[in-house]
Write a protein of this length. Sequence first.
Length: 125
Amino acid sequence: MERYSRSLGLAFVLFPLVLTGGCLNATYIPTNITAQPARNMQCDIEVISAGVPEDKMFEELGIVEAEGSWWKSDLEDLLPKMMEQGCLAGGDALILQSSDMYSVGEDSTIPVQRISATVIRWMTE
């Protein structure tokens, strides 16, 4: 009986981890030798998907790449992590560059999405 209750307790601990699991990560790679001061992790950072307005000048700070799998492979799962990395890099905006969707696993049943974006800082005159 003790073994059963211990197993049941372990199941209650592991179930939420599995339920909220799925693999999700984001990585920032600097491309500018001048580091910018970090902003708050939850800063108000723009996400640009259709090109930068021609009248706005910017400098590239780096690239942020995110990858998610299982049920954490949608843009709405990956984008918040990318935005956090962009804020920590001192960026003002992310310019979405590419999005690749593929499957992995023995039977190719695990969906994976990889998204990359350029982290920029607006230049002031």
